[in-house]
Design a binder for this molecule. Structure first.
Ligand code: WT7
Length: 631
């Protein structure tokens, strides 16, 4: 299956065809996949429901496309390379045939534990090859996987288990993160005190620890696979059967479960992977993301494996044992396509050029970034120093909800401009709208980024709450999917995504709702209320700035601060720690009681002279006080 576009001319021609006749375009691509029973219609949709269906009545199993289909020609080709946290530890290399055996074996183990098609399985694991096995084994038997990033707290896991009523959890004793070892099973144990649906926990032994195992509920991975066959028939799935749930934050309330289905997601993950990264048959591709995020789902596991590529997984962190680790790994495994996040690039930039210059990096062909806007300085460092000015940078804009990359260059075949994601992939129809929902058709304008036509990877619903899906993405502008991002289009039609226009903060490429963090802060016993905003952060892109009202002004502010940070870590996880906490006597509110975030944002950004009109405030004095004590 080769879906690759080979020149800019070809891109333009395909783009045109994809818009003029989307059905025919996606049919030609869809046909190149393996279906147990062919689909009878390519697309049925409306954005009012929303109700979007791709490859209707097609029957398939995504793992047959990701593994079985390759066995004949690529059985001995490497499917997966795993590089451990500790550079001295032996790495793992599995061929497609080996991966097939492991996935089937674990799929049988899941069945043996009573998991059936449609059941939800929560996966809370380190970045080890068994994580990939767990994900694919779920897909093999038609269980819906819900991967929870291993940095989330017990409370966050419990919320996700309860929302999806998961029956089984797959975890490990603990995980390596640089010099640290972090418990996972202990956190799961704590989470399960507040859940009812989980019947079984499978625990992989990564660290040789002896966590508490509950009799009759918990079983070690190795015991679970004992005696299991290495063949397992793939469950027949409908195109629109659920493949996975992935929770993500929005501007209101608790994180919601974004739902992706089998057929369209499969096609879009593979199509976008091949075109953006332009891998050749013997290439080694490496995405540094965690499988706990959509990037890991689509571009560590599904996209590359469906395409028959060799995908690499890394257990550790970019700065361990030193800030040259990424580049050392690139040389060690001969990495050809390298995909990372701007926050990682900025962190490494701060550690000096020598860490890069010690390695040849000759194998690199394409460099990618994802997760947040990349600033021009970081872009140039990446392009000049890492890519030696010979590797195109693909700045890939997309979202958990889009399933795959939407705006990006296609390897070397696209115009490239620092800090610009660029042109839409074929089949993607972006528009910029003004606040009233009118389309801005001229270039060199800024607006709200929306999509006016579906693509196969679009989310289908939010788990258990379709209304919320409509309200969040399809209600703001009639007949459009609203991304929540603002963007500019330059004179050549290249898009530059500026950032969120809603109450969402992007910290190191991780998405949090301000309401979600405020709710966590408010769970602290001394806190009366709080307001959270993002502020520019040199490495993280955005940092979290919290204004907190306590029942009385704390005597020891440092004490009060660490207590609040502790609460946030318990409620969400370490990744949501507020960088700055300012204790205030009150929050700026309108007479109707709405917090004026615009003002708090300006203060956090260090521009208290640009507060604008404050006359509608209930108590303007509060602002003066906040400005005076700002961090
Ligand atoms: C939000 C989606 C898609 C996987 C990683 C994050 C921001 C993502 C870019 C980019 C500018 C970007 C957007 C988007 N974003 N990629 N290349 N340039 N902004 O997934 O957690 O679903 O977050 O990340 O604001 O809406 P996510």
């Amino acid at each position: 299956m080769n879906l690759k576009i080979n020149s800019f001319e070809e891109y333009k021609e395909q783009y045109k065809r994809s818009v003029e006749n989307p059905d025919r375009f996606w049919d030609e691509i869809g046909k190149t996949f393996q279906w147990q029973k062919p689909y009878d219609k390519v697309l049925d949709w409306n954005f009012t429901g929303p109700d979007v269906k791709w490859y209707l009545n097609g029957k398939l199993n995504i793992t047959e496309n990701a593994i079985d289909r390759h066995l004949e020609k690529r059985g001995n080709k490497l499917a997966l390379i795993w590089e451990p946290n500790d550079p001295q530890e032996r790495f793992v290399r599995w061929t497609y045939r080996e991966l097939h055996g492991k996935v089937c074996e674990f799929a049988n183990a899941l069945k043996n534990q009573g998991v059936e098609k449609g059941d939800r399985v929560v996966i809370y694991m380190p970045m080890i090859p068994e994580l990939t096995v767990a994900v694919l084994a779920c897909a093999r038997i038609g269980a819906v996987h819900s991967v929870v990033f291993a940095g989330f707290s017990a409370r966050a896991i419990a919320d996700r288990i309860n929302d999806s009523k998961a029956k089984l959890v797959i975890t490990a004793d603990g995980q390596n993160r640089g010099a640290k070892q972090i418990p996972l099973k202990r956190v799961v144990n704590e989470a399960l005190e507040n859940t009812e649906s989980v019947e079984t926990v499978i625990v992989y032994d990564r660290l040789g620890w002896s966590p508490q195992m509950k009799e009759g509920r918990d079983i070690w991975w190795n015991d679970a696979i004992e005696g299991m066959e290495k063949e397992c028939e793939a469950e027949q799935m409908d195109s629109e059967d659920m493949l996975f749930i992935l929770y993500t934050s929005g501007s209101t309330g608790k994180p919601k479960g974004v739902v992706h289905t089998c057929g369209g997601y499969m096609v879009y993950a593979a199509y976008s992977f091949q075109n953006v990264f332009q891998p050749e048959e013997s290439d080694v591709y490496w995405c540094t993301a965690d499988v706990g995020w959509i990037t890991g789902h689509s571009y560590i596991i599904y996209g590359p494996l469906i395409s028959g590529a060799t995908t690499m997984m890394f257990e550790g962190v970019p700065t361990y044992p030193d800030a040259g680790r990424f580049w050392q790994i690139c040389d060690k495994h001969g990495v050809n396509q390298f995909y990372t996040a701007p926050t990682a690039i900025r962190a490494l930039m701060g550690k000096g050029e020598d860490h890069v210059l010690s390695y040849s990096l000759d194998s690199l062909k394409v460099l990618g970034t994802v997760g947040e806007p990349i600033n021009e300085e970081a872009w140039r460092w990446y392009y000049n120093l890492v890519g030696k000015e010979r590797c195109p940078i693909v700045d890939t804009w997309w979202q958990t909800e889009t399933g795959g990359i939407m705006l990006s260059g296609l390897g070397k075949h696209s115009p490239m401009k620092p800090a610009h994601a660029g042109l839409p992939l074929p089949g993607v129809q972006p528009v910029l709208l003004d606040n009233d929902g009118n389309e801005i058709t001229e270039n060199e304008k800024e607006g709200l980024l929306c999509m006016k036509f579906p693509w196969p990877g679009i989310l289908r619903t939010t788990y258990g709450d379709h209304e919320r899906c409509r309200n969040t993405y399809f209600a703001a502008f009639k007949n459009h999917y609203f991304t929540g991002d603002g963007a500019k289009r330059d004179k050549d039609g290249l898009y530059r995504v500026i950032g969120r226009v809603d109450d969402v903060i992007n910290v190191s490429g991780h998405r949090f709702g301000t309401a979600e963090i405020e709710e966590a802060i408010n769970a602290n016993k001394n806190v009366v209320e709080s307001a959270v905003v993002g502020y520019p952060h040199e490495v993280k892109g955005q940092g979290i700035y919290a204004y907190v009202v306590c029942d009385k002004m704390p005597e020891d502010e440092d004490d009060a601060r660490s207590s609040i940070v502790g609460t946030v870590v318990d409620e969400i996880g370490k990744i949501a720690k507020p960088e700055k906490i300012q204790f205030v006597t009150g929050l700026p509110k309108t007479r109707s009681g709405k917090i004026m975030r615009r003002i708090l944002r300006k203060i956090a950004e260090g521009e208290p002279d640009k507060l604008g009109d404050t006359s509608t405030l209930l108590d303007p004095d509060v602002v003066e006080d906040i400005v005076k004590n700002a961090k």
